[in-house]
Design a protein around this ligand. Structure first.
Ligand code: AMP
Ligand code: MG
Length: 287
């Protein structure tokens, strides 16, 4: 689900019963926020872009607001308004083709012009440009992991691992003073290139290798530079962010990947999060 495979691990047999509920929660979140589902709340907001404001649940409202705050924080490297651009590329669908410059240009312009208008008292969201749309794919899994982590803790689960397609959230402590070791998958597909030791919290990775297609010998991956509308030029092979805030970690991993090594490091330092970057030269940078 969520376009990837998801797993939840608990360590006591008595906690097993909560796993089913976790997947029900995930299905409900996906139904609410997926841009690919026409009658999801985000689907409806997108269909009414440039036309009218749409009332959404308090949860979706808060998530979109948070996403737009992080858009500012990252100076637009993470920009959830790229929805029409990502829909045009449709990477991961199995029917990809490279869009023409003529198709892309007006959508990229719309992303630059678009704003999201929030009405706190009415709980409505309005996208000011018809050719812009929300895609919460770069924040949704981290957001979901936060919700699952707090659900499991509320149920008294002392220890669990949530893995939503590379968005890992370690719940609770591993045991007396022990840290969790989270492996970062190697972009070549076999094994891991690094491990990170962490207390409770999220370790979220963005990488070009997760979803891509090849056309005329060129690799096109799923992380888009909002400035150009094309997949970002590969400077990093992957960017991993550590934080107790999974939502933030997810958005930032995408932003750092877009910014590339130098500007990415600047952002990581400015925000004071921990990170592991893998460069194209296969250098591992820990921050
Ligand atoms: P992630 O795997 O978290 O890095 O998220 C990548 C997904 O977010 C893509 O599959 C797109 O749906 C969407 N996306 C791509 N580029 C961006 C971007 N620059 N800002 C926000 N979302 C993006
Ligand atoms: Mg992300």
């Amino acid at each position: 689900m969520m376009g990837t495979s998801c797993s939840i691990t608990v360590f006591r047999r008595a906690d097993e019963k909560y796993i089913r509920e976790c997947f029900d929660i995930l299905f409900a979140i996906e139904k609410r926020i997926s841009a690919k589902i026409d009658d999801s709340e985000i689907g409806l907001v997108n269909q009414n872009a440039g036309k009218s404001a749409v009332k959404v649940s308090p949860e979706t409202y808060a998530l979109v607001k948070r996403a737009m705050e992080i858009e500012k924080l990252t100076e637009g490297a993470f920009n959830p308004l790229v929805g029409r651009v990502t829909a045009l590329w449709n990477i991961g669908s199995g029917e990809e083709k490279v869009p023409s410059k003529e198709e892309l240009a007006p959508l990229v312009e719309a992303v630059k012009r678009a704003e999201v208008v929030f009405d706190d008292s009415a709980s409505t969201i309005y996208i000011t440009e018809e050719s812009a749309a929300l895609d919460l794919g770069a924040i949704g899994k981290g957001y979901s992991s936060d919700i699952l982590a707090s659900y499991l803790k509320k149920k008294g689960v002392a220890r669990a691992i949530i893995n939503l397609g590379g968005n890992v959230y370690a719940v609770g402590s591993k045991g007396r003073g022990k840290l969790w070791n989270v492996g970062l998958r190697s972009p070549d597909g076999d094994g891991i290139f690094a491990t990170v030791a962490t207390k409770e919290g999220a370790v979220v990775t963005s990488g070009a290798y997760e979803r891509y297609f090849v056309s005329d010998g060129v690799m096109y991956h799923h992380i888009i530079d909002p400035e150009t509308g094309y997949p970002v030029d590969l400077d990093l092979l992957s960017a991993s962010i550590l934080s107790t805030d999974g939502t933030l970690a997810d958005a930032l991993s995408t932003a750092v990947f877009v910014l590339g090594r130098d500007r990415g490091i600047e952002l990581i330092k400015r925000l004071g999060v921990n990170a592991v970057l893998l460069t194209k030269e296969r250098e591992t940078i820990r921050l």
